[in-house]
Write a protein of this length. Sequence first.
Length: 228
Amino acid sequence: MEAPTKMKEVLTGTTIIACTYDGGVILGADSRTSSGNYVANKVADKITKVCDKVYLCRSGSAAHTQAVAGYANLYLNQHAIELGDKGCSVKAAANIVKEIAYGNKAWMNAGMIIAGWDKKEKGKVFVVPLGGTLMDVPFAVGGSGSIYINAFVDRNWKPNMTKEECKSFVRKAVSLAISRDGSSGGVIRTVTVNEHEQVKEFVTGNEVPVYQDEIQSKGPPQVEFVSV
Protein backbone atom coordinates (compact mmCIF):
# COMPACT_ATOMS: atom_id res chain seq x y z
CA MET A 1 0.00 0.00 0.00
CA GLU A 2 1.40 3.38 -0.98
CA ALA A 3 2.07 5.98 1.71
CA PRO A 4 -0.39 8.89 1.62
CA THR A 5 0.84 11.94 -0.27
CA LYS A 6 1.69 14.84 2.00
CA MET A 7 -0.59 17.78 1.24
CA LYS A 8 1.11 21.02 0.35
CA GLU A 9 0.33 23.86 2.75
CA VAL A 10 -1.64 26.76 1.35
CA LEU A 11 0.24 30.06 1.47
CA THR A 12 -1.61 33.36 1.47
CA GLY A 13 0.41 35.36 -1.03
CA THR A 14 -0.80 38.55 0.53
CA THR A 15 -0.83 42.27 1.12
CA ILE A 16 -1.80 43.37 4.63
CA ILE A 17 -1.63 46.82 6.20
CA ALA A 18 -2.77 48.65 9.32
CA CYS A 19 -2.27 52.24 10.39
CA THR A 20 -3.39 54.67 13.04
CA TYR A 21 -5.40 57.81 12.43
CA ASP A 22 -6.77 60.55 14.65
CA GLY A 23 -9.27 58.49 16.66
CA GLY A 24 -8.57 54.86 15.78
CA VAL A 25 -7.04 52.43 13.31
CA ILE A 26 -7.81 51.06 9.87
CA LEU A 27 -6.72 47.60 8.72
CA GLY A 28 -6.65 46.50 5.09
CA ALA A 29 -5.92 43.39 3.05
CA ASP A 30 -6.38 41.83 -0.36
CA SER A 31 -8.34 38.58 -0.66
CA ARG A 32 -6.28 36.18 -2.79
CA THR A 33 -5.10 32.87 -1.29
CA SER A 34 -2.61 31.02 -3.46
CA SER A 35 -0.95 27.62 -3.44
CA GLY A 36 2.03 27.87 -5.77
CA ASN A 37 0.67 29.13 -9.09
CA TYR A 38 -2.87 28.06 -8.20
CA VAL A 39 -5.34 30.56 -6.74
CA ALA A 40 -7.11 28.57 -4.03
CA ASN A 41 -9.50 31.32 -2.93
CA LYS A 42 -10.22 34.67 -4.58
CA VAL A 43 -12.23 36.20 -1.72
CA ALA A 44 -10.53 35.06 1.49
CA ASP A 45 -11.00 37.24 4.58
CA LYS A 46 -7.52 37.84 6.03
CA ILE A 47 -8.64 40.22 8.79
CA THR A 48 -9.78 38.20 11.80
CA LYS A 49 -11.41 39.53 14.97
CA VAL A 50 -9.64 38.18 18.09
CA CYS A 51 -11.54 40.16 20.72
CA ASP A 52 -13.75 43.23 20.99
CA LYS A 53 -12.23 46.05 18.88
CA VAL A 54 -8.99 44.12 18.21
CA TYR A 55 -8.23 42.47 14.84
CA LEU A 56 -5.47 40.33 13.35
CA CYS A 57 -4.20 40.71 9.76
CA ARG A 58 -2.79 37.37 8.56
CA SER A 59 -0.04 36.52 6.04
CA GLY A 60 1.98 33.36 5.45
CA SER A 61 0.52 29.87 5.85
CA ALA A 62 -3.27 30.03 6.00
CA ALA A 63 -3.39 27.07 8.40
CA HIS A 64 -0.79 28.54 10.76
CA THR A 65 -2.32 32.01 10.91
CA GLN A 66 -5.85 30.66 11.37
CA ALA A 67 -4.60 28.53 14.27
CA VAL A 68 -2.89 31.54 15.87
CA ALA A 69 -6.07 33.62 15.52
CA GLY A 70 -8.15 30.83 17.05
CA TYR A 71 -5.88 30.35 20.05
CA ALA A 72 -5.57 34.11 20.59
CA ASN A 73 -9.36 34.44 20.56
CA LEU A 74 -9.69 31.62 23.13
CA TYR A 75 -7.06 33.04 25.50
CA LEU A 76 -8.41 36.59 25.23
CA ASN A 77 -11.98 35.47 25.94
CA GLN A 78 -10.75 33.64 29.06
CA HIS A 79 -8.78 36.74 30.04
CA ALA A 80 -11.88 38.94 29.65
CA ILE A 81 -13.92 36.56 31.83
CA GLU A 82 -11.25 36.66 34.55
CA LEU A 83 -11.22 40.45 34.49
CA GLY A 84 -14.98 40.69 34.30
CA ASP A 85 -14.65 43.03 31.34
CA LYS A 86 -15.85 42.45 27.77
CA GLY A 87 -12.98 44.37 26.21
CA CYS A 88 -9.27 43.64 26.08
CA SER A 89 -6.24 45.79 25.39
CA VAL A 90 -4.55 45.76 21.99
CA LYS A 91 -1.20 45.24 23.74
CA ALA A 92 -2.47 42.15 25.57
CA ALA A 93 -3.70 40.67 22.29
CA ALA A 94 -0.39 41.44 20.58
CA ASN A 95 1.58 39.83 23.40
CA ILE A 96 -0.46 36.63 23.18
CA VAL A 97 0.08 36.46 19.41
CA LYS A 98 3.80 37.09 19.95
CA GLU A 99 4.09 34.30 22.55
CA ILE A 100 2.39 31.80 20.22
CA ALA A 101 4.54 32.84 17.23
CA TYR A 102 7.82 32.89 19.18
CA GLY A 103 7.14 29.57 20.90
CA ASN A 104 6.59 27.89 17.53
CA LYS A 105 9.07 29.86 15.40
CA ALA A 106 11.01 26.74 14.35
CA TRP A 107 8.19 25.62 12.05
CA MET A 108 5.59 28.38 11.88
CA ASN A 109 5.24 30.43 8.68
CA ALA A 110 3.25 33.45 9.83
CA GLY A 111 3.61 37.22 9.68
CA MET A 112 0.86 39.13 11.46
CA ILE A 113 -0.35 42.63 12.30
CA ILE A 114 -2.47 43.26 15.40
CA ALA A 115 -4.43 46.51 15.54
CA GLY A 116 -7.41 47.95 17.33
CA TRP A 117 -8.69 50.41 19.91
CA ASP A 118 -8.86 50.25 23.71
CA LYS A 119 -9.77 52.75 26.43
CA LYS A 120 -6.23 53.14 27.74
CA GLU A 121 -4.05 53.40 24.62
CA LYS A 122 -6.71 54.37 22.02
CA GLY A 123 -5.71 53.29 18.48
CA LYS A 124 -2.66 50.99 18.43
CA VAL A 125 -0.80 48.89 15.84
CA PHE A 126 1.62 46.05 16.61
CA VAL A 127 3.47 43.84 14.14
CA VAL A 128 4.69 40.25 14.71
CA PRO A 129 6.89 39.20 11.75
CA LEU A 130 8.41 35.77 11.13
CA GLY A 131 10.30 34.67 14.23
CA GLY A 132 7.94 36.20 16.80
CA THR A 133 9.38 39.68 17.39
CA LEU A 134 6.85 42.22 18.72
CA MET A 135 7.03 45.85 17.58
CA ASP A 136 4.82 48.79 18.52
CA VAL A 137 4.49 50.92 15.36
CA PRO A 138 2.23 53.69 13.99
CA PHE A 139 1.68 51.70 10.78
CA ALA A 140 2.75 48.36 9.34
CA VAL A 141 2.65 46.45 6.05
CA GLY A 142 3.26 42.76 5.44
CA GLY A 143 2.95 39.88 3.01
CA SER A 144 4.40 39.31 -0.44
CA GLY A 145 2.90 42.54 -1.79
CA SER A 146 4.51 44.72 0.88
CA ILE A 147 7.87 44.91 -0.92
CA TYR A 148 6.20 46.82 -3.77
CA ILE A 149 4.66 49.51 -1.55
CA ASN A 150 7.23 50.19 1.20
CA ALA A 151 8.38 53.40 -0.50
CA PHE A 152 4.78 54.51 -1.05
CA VAL A 153 3.73 54.05 2.59
CA ASP A 154 6.93 55.63 3.93
CA ARG A 155 6.34 58.69 1.75
CA ASN A 156 2.59 59.08 2.18
CA TRP A 157 1.75 58.01 5.74
CA LYS A 158 1.38 60.94 8.11
CA PRO A 159 0.36 61.17 11.77
CA ASN A 160 -3.14 62.28 12.79
CA MET A 161 -4.82 61.63 9.46
CA THR A 162 -8.59 61.84 9.37
CA LYS A 163 -10.56 58.62 9.06
CA GLU A 164 -11.31 59.21 5.39
CA GLU A 165 -7.69 60.13 4.62
CA CYS A 166 -6.49 56.97 6.33
CA LYS A 167 -9.02 54.75 4.56
CA SER A 168 -8.03 56.22 1.20
CA PHE A 169 -4.34 55.67 2.04
CA VAL A 170 -4.92 52.03 3.00
CA ARG A 171 -6.95 51.25 -0.11
CA LYS A 172 -4.44 52.98 -2.38
CA ALA A 173 -1.57 50.99 -0.82
CA VAL A 174 -3.32 47.64 -1.26
CA SER A 175 -4.39 48.45 -4.82
CA LEU A 176 -0.80 49.38 -5.75
CA ALA A 177 0.45 46.08 -4.32
CA ILE A 178 -2.22 44.16 -6.24
CA SER A 179 -1.09 45.85 -9.44
CA ARG A 180 2.46 44.49 -9.12
CA ASP A 181 2.31 41.37 -6.93
CA GLY A 182 1.00 38.30 -8.74
CA SER A 183 0.12 36.66 -5.42
CA SER A 184 -2.13 39.52 -4.28
CA GLY A 185 -5.52 40.20 -5.79
CA GLY A 186 -9.27 39.97 -5.46
CA VAL A 187 -11.21 42.50 -3.41
CA ILE A 188 -9.80 45.04 -0.94
CA ARG A 189 -11.17 44.55 2.57
CA THR A 190 -10.89 47.21 5.28
CA VAL A 191 -11.85 47.32 8.95
CA THR A 192 -12.26 50.67 10.72
CA VAL A 193 -12.02 50.56 14.52
CA ASN A 194 -12.47 53.44 16.95
CA GLU A 195 -14.30 54.17 20.20
CA HIS A 196 -17.71 54.10 18.58
CA GLU A 197 -17.53 51.62 15.69
CA GLN A 198 -16.11 48.46 14.16
CA VAL A 199 -16.95 48.61 10.47
CA LYS A 200 -15.99 46.08 7.80
CA GLU A 201 -16.07 47.24 4.17
CA PHE A 202 -14.71 46.09 0.85
CA VAL A 203 -13.92 47.34 -2.63
CA THR A 204 -15.05 44.86 -5.29
CA GLY A 205 -12.54 43.50 -7.78
CA ASN A 206 -13.89 45.52 -10.72
CA GLU A 207 -13.63 48.72 -8.64
CA VAL A 208 -9.98 48.24 -7.65
CA PRO A 209 -7.93 50.93 -9.47
CA VAL A 210 -5.86 49.87 -12.49
CA TYR A 211 -2.38 51.35 -13.01
CA GLN A 212 -0.04 51.88 -15.97
CA ASP A 213 0.28 48.70 -18.06
CA GLU A 214 -2.38 46.64 -16.28
CA ILE A 215 -5.21 45.17 -18.30
CA GLN A 216 -8.64 46.36 -17.26
CA SER A 217 -10.93 43.46 -16.32
CA LYS A 218 -13.90 43.11 -18.65
CA GLY A 219 -15.71 40.61 -16.45
CA PRO A 220 -16.46 36.98 -17.28
CA PRO A 221 -16.38 35.95 -20.95
CA GLN A 222 -19.66 36.01 -22.79
CA VAL A 223 -20.69 32.60 -24.10
CA GLU A 224 -23.00 32.33 -27.05
CA PHE A 225 -25.08 29.14 -27.32
CA VAL A 226 -25.82 27.91 -30.82
CA SER A 227 -28.54 25.40 -31.59
CA VAL A 228 -27.43 22.39 -33.64
